[in-house]
Design a protein. Structure first.
Length: 467
C-alpha cells in the first residue's frame, strides 16, 4: 500500500476551510464547485467567457450570473426570496437566510416541511404547484412581491423562466440542461457567492464536513466497503443509482466505494432501471433500498437478491427517505444520525489489528507530536531532543488556545526501519484534519521522529525551531 504525502502547510492554530478540504481524503470533495461562474454585471465583463474570467468578480451593487437562458442580475441584499426547487431553501437556511416562501416538492411521499427545517419554516408560506402537470402558480408568486426567485434545483423551460423573470429576477442553475444536480457543498457555496455571504457558507460547509468526520469515525469498516442504492415505486419498479447521483456522492463521502462494474453498466445516468443484468452483477457490501414497508415481502419474493443481511431498508415517506432522496446541507444531520449507524451494522469488512511493532511506532509518534506529552516521555523518541526542549515548550504553550493538539495515529505501514503513520489532527476533542501521513524511523531499536520533521511541524504551528 502506497500513501501519498498529504501533509498540510497551513497553520495548525486556525481551522482553515481550505486546508480541511485539501488535506482530507476520507470524505470526497466534489469537483462541481460553482466557483468561477459569477461575474459583475457590466457589459464588458458579461461578454467574457468562463476561461477569460474564471473567478467571481463583484460589482459594487449587483452580481450577474450567466446561465443557458442568458444571465440574471442579483439585486444587492435581496430580502424577499422565494425558492422553487425541492429543498432549495436548505442552503439559504444554513447561511442564516430565511425565504418568504418555499415550494412543496412534486410527488412528495413524506411530510413537508421535513424534520430538519420545520422550525425555520413555521412562518414561511408554502407554495404548491398549480396543477397535476407541475405548472407554476405565477399569480401566487407575484402576490408575494419577491425581489429574487431561486430555481437552481429544478428544470425551468424558457417560457417559465421568462414568465418568472417578468415578476422578479430569477436565478436558475448554471450549466447545460439536464446537468447533474449540484452537491450539497457546491450548492451552499454557490448560494453564498450569489448573496455575497461566502464567509457564512464557508463556515456552514466546514461545520457540516466536520460532522461527517465525527459520524464516521466510530465506524472504520465503512472505508472501502462497496455500496449500491435502489429505490422502489408503488408499482414495484426498481431503479438503481448511478455513481454520479447525489446519494452516491454522499455515500462516497462516508468512505464507501461505488463498484466499477455498476459504473461501467450505468454510465453517466443518475438513475437506471434495474435490469436482470444489473441484478446478476456481483453483490455489494451494503445495499440501501427505499421502499414502502407494505411491499417488502412481495419485493423479496420477486427479487431474491433483496433477502440478504447486507440490505438496509429505508421506509418510503419517512424523514430518512426524504433525507436520502434530497442530500442537502441540512438533511445530512438526519442521515448521519440514523442511516450511518444502520449501514455500519451490515458492513462486514474485517480490519486487521496492528502488530506489536506497528503499535510501538504509533505510540512513539503520538508521544512526540502531542502538545501535552510530558518531556520525559517525548524526548527518547525525538532526534536531538536536547536541542528541541525550548521549542517544544513554546509549542505546548501555543497549543493551549486550541485546548491542546493531538496527532492520533490510525494505521502504520512498516518498511525496514521506516514507518509511514496515517493520522488525524485534533484540536482538543475536535477533529481538524484527517488522514494525513508522516514518517518515523527506527534508530537503535527505538522509534524516533527526526529533528527536521518535528521542526517542520512546529513551523506550521508558527513556532520557531533552533537551526
Amino acid at each position: 500500500m502506497v500513501f501519498g504525502n498529504r501533509s498540510c502547510g497551513a497553520r495548525l492554530f486556525s481551522l482553515s476551510l481550505f486546508c480541511l478540504m485539501a488535506c482530507s481524503s476520507t470524505a470526497e470533495i466534489d469537483a462541481d464547485s460553482p466557483a468561477g461562474r459569477l461575474s459583475t454585471s457590466t457589459e464588458a465583463q458579461s461578454q467574457l467567457s468562463e476561461e477569460e474570467n474564471p473567478t467571481p468578480a463583484k460589482a459594487l451593487k449587483e452580481i450577474a450570473i450567466p446561465h443557458r437562458y442568458g444571465q440574471t442580475v442579483i439585486p444587492q441584499n435581496p430580502e424577499r426570496i422565494i425558492t422553487l426547487g425541492p429543498y432549495e431553501e436548505d442552503s439559504l437556511i444554513a447561511i442564516g437566510v430565511t425565504p418568504i416562501a418555499v415550494t412543496e416538492p412534486q410527488g412528495l411521499t413524506g411530510r413537508y416541511p421535513p424534520p430538519w427545517s420545520q422550525e425555520f419554516l413555521r412562518n414561511v408560506q408554502i407554495l404548491k404547484l398549480a396543477n397535476v402537470d407541475g405548472d407554476l402558480d405565477y399569480g401566487a408568486i407575484a402576490e408575494l412581491r419577491p425581489d429574487l426567485v431561486m430555481a437552481t434545483k429544478t428544470e425551468l423551460t424558457l417560457e417559465q423562466y421568462e414568465e418568472l423573470s417578468s415578476i422578479a429576477p430569477t436565478l436558475i442553475q448554471p450549466g447545460p440542461p439536464n446537468s447533474s444536480e449540484m452537491s450539497w457543498q457546491a450548492h451552499a457555496e454557490f448560494i453564498g457567492q450569489v448573496l455575497d455571504l461566502e464567509s457564512e457558507s464557508g463556515q456552514a460547509i466546514l461545520v457540516t464536513q466536520a460532522s461527517i468526520f465525527d459520524a464516521i469515525r466510530p465506524h472504520p469498516a465503512l472505508e472501502g466497503s462497496t455500496f449500491a442504492h435502489i429505490k422502489v415505486d408503488q408499482r414495484e419498479v426498481l431503479q438503481i443509482a448511478g455513481g454520479k447521483s447525489l446519494s452516491s456522492r454522499f455515500f462516497r463521502q462516508l468512505g464507501l466505494a461505488y463498484p466499477s462494474n455498476l459504473d461501467d453498466e450505468i454510465g453517466d445516468a443518475d438513475w437506471s432501471l434495474m435490469t436482470e443484468q444489473l441484478e446478476s452483477l456481483p453483490s455489494v457490501d451494503v445495499l440501501v433500498v427505499e421502499s414502502d414497508p407494505a411491499l417488502r415481502d412481495s419485493l423479496i419474493y420477486s427479487h431474491p437478491f433483496l433477502e440478504q443481511e447486507n440490505v438496509v431498508w429505508v421506509d418510503r415517506g419517512s424523514g430518512l427517505d426524504t433525507a436520502v432522496s434530497s442530500i442537502t446541507i441540512l438533511s445530512l444531520s438526519l442521515l448521519l444520525e440514523e442511516l450511518v449507524p444502520n449501514i455500519s451494522q451490515v458492513v462486514t469488512v474485517v480490519i486487521d489489528p496492528p502488530t506489536a511493532e506497528e503499535e510501538a511506532a504509533m505510540k512513539a509518534f503520538r508521544l512526540v507530536y502531542g502538545s501535552e506529552t510530558i518531556w520525559e516521555d517525548k524526548a527518547p523518541h525525538l532526534q536531538k531532543a536536547n536541542e528541541l526542549r525550548d521549542a517544544n515548550e513554546l509549542y505546548r504553550l501555543g497549543a493551549v488556545d486550541n485546548d491542546g493538539i493531538t496527532l492520533t495515529p490510525k494505521a502504520a505501514e512498516i518498511n525496514d526501519d521506516e514507518a509511514t503513520i496515517i493520522y488525524d489532527v485534533y484540536f482538543g476533542d475536535s477533529p481538524a484534519y484527517t488522514d494525513l501521513d508522516r514518517t518515523i524511523y527506527l534508530v537503535d531499536g527505538i522509534w524516533q521522529v527526526t529533528k527536521e520533521d518535528f521542526c517542520g511541524f512546529l513551523s506550521a504551528a508558527q513556532t520557531p525551531c533552533p537551526e
